[in-house]
Design a protein around this ligand. Structure first.
Ligand SMILES: [Zn+2]
Length: 114
C-alpha cells in the first residue's frame, strides 16, 4: 500500500514526508528524535519508517490527530504536551485497531448512510 503524500483537512492540504530513522532531531527536547512530528506551518507531517517496534500507519494517525486538534483549536485543553501525547497515543492505536479489525466500520465511516 502506498504511503500518503498529503492529507486534506479543513482548508489545509498538509504535506506528509517519510524518513528512514527518527525525525525531528531539531525539535525541542528531541536529542534522539521522534517517530513523527507535526509542524503545520513548516513541512507538515514527518513520519519515521524502518524502526523496530514501529507501526507507520498508527504513527501517521498520531501526527494527523495532532493536526486535527491544532486546526480545530482543541490543543489548548491540554495542560501540557505530555497530556496531549498520552491521549493521542491511546486514541491513535485504538482507532487503528478498530479500523483493522472492523473493515465494515471503515466503509460505514467513509460512505455514511447514502
Ligand atoms: Zn505526538
Amino acid at each position: 500500500m502506498s504511503r500518503p503524500k498529503r492529507l486534506r483537512l479543513g482548508a489545509h492540504t498538509i504535506p506528509v514526508s517519510w524518513h528512514e530513522g527518527f525525525v525531528g532531531k531539531d525539535c525541542e527536547a528531541a536529542e534522539d528524535g521522534h517517530w513523527g512530528v507535526c509542524h503545520l506551518g513548516k513541512g507538515g507531517l514527518a513520519i519515521a519508517v524502518s524502526l523496530e517496534h514501529f507501526d507507520p500507519p498508527a504513527n501517521l494517525l498520531h501526527e494527523a490527530i495532532h493536526a486535527v486538534l491544532e486546526t480545530g483549536g482543541a490543543r489548548r485543553v491540554f495542560g501540557c504536551i505530555e497530556d496531549e501525547e498520552v491521549v493521542i497515543e491511546a486514541v491513535s492505536h485504538g482507532v487503528v485497531e478498530l479500523l483493522r479489525r472492523n473493515p465494515a466500520l471503515v466503509t460505514y465511516l467513509v460512505e455514511g448512510e447514502h
